[in-house]
Design a protein around this ligand. Sequence first.
Ligand SMILES: Nc1ncnc2c1ncn2[C@@H]1O[C@H](COP(=O)(O)OP(=O)(O)OP(=O)(O)O)[C@@H](O)[C@H]1O
Length: 308
Amino acid sequence: MIEARELTKRYGDKTVVDNLSFTVKPGEVTGFLGPNGAGKSTTMRMIVGLDSPTKGSVTVNGRSYAKHAAPLHEIGTLLEAKSVHPGRSAFHHLMALAYTHGIPRRRVDEVIELAGLTSVAGKRVGAFSLGMGQRLGIASALLGDPAIVMLDEPVNGLDPEGVLWVRNLLRGLADEGRAVMLSSHLMSETALIADHLVIVGRGRLLADTTVEDFTREAGGGVKVSTTEPMRLRSLLAGPEVTISSSSAEELLVAGRDAREIGAIAAQHGVPLYELTPQAVSLEAAFMDLTRDVVEYQSAPADTVRKAA
Ligand SMILES: Nc1ncnc2c1ncn2[C@@H]1O[C@H](COP(=O)(O)OP(=O)(O)OP(=O)(O)O)[C@@H](O)[C@H]1O
């Protein structure tokens, strides 16, 4: 469990993290979301004692990070800054880390396999692609079999297979009862992985909610395609449910999530061939929420064109 209470960080007269309180609970994936410069990396650095708060506090499994004798067993992290010796192989990098905690070689082999790095484990890390570097970072985070896993932008640089791998891995870690925290500036990607959302802008808390509630409030709905639209329509009907359709076999359902719709359809033997939460409007809801607090505002496209 991570508990941040009134966490604040100032650099000079700039408040980068502003009175932030949130909890990352075991058994859940918490998405830490915000536009560029919102203070996500600074918050994560404070969690593991790489930066100290100007005010407030943050604990990792009940005490500050520095007070843990064997922190790799408490929290595994992937932070943006790379601290890997480029001349070392992935295997030697992990062995060096393992050595600091008395972790056996068997565990190093395990995480290399888990991260899909077996064929490149002997290669110099300096020659790694961005995606391979991310995989190595995730392998390092898991080395101590920690109760908390915290990853800064873990899908950055990964190909679609890698993105899917991270998604399944994090889901599995949370299902094992671990507390998982990942930062991102992409709402649609995070909504596919996370249960819980902590959304920040200019260092301040904008929302502390569940993906389900955020989705419901965004009103995006779920697109469902079926060969039996009429039957499904009546099965899904309810007081809080609205259903519209744009083509013969397609329904747009608001008020029920994809899991519920899938379960109801399966229970009644209704075949589905598409079940898609409308992520585009989730992204739009996120942009609405953060519009006034983006640090690096782009000029509207027509202004840029006029200026050119
Ligand atoms: N050491 C520092 N000194 C001064 N300002 C800093 C320092 N570190 C970060 N900042 C500023 O703090 C703000 C938040 O940065 P941070 O990297 O925490 O944001 P972020 O949400 O992780 O952004 P991104 O998504 O771009 O990584 C930025 O305006 C950044 O310029």
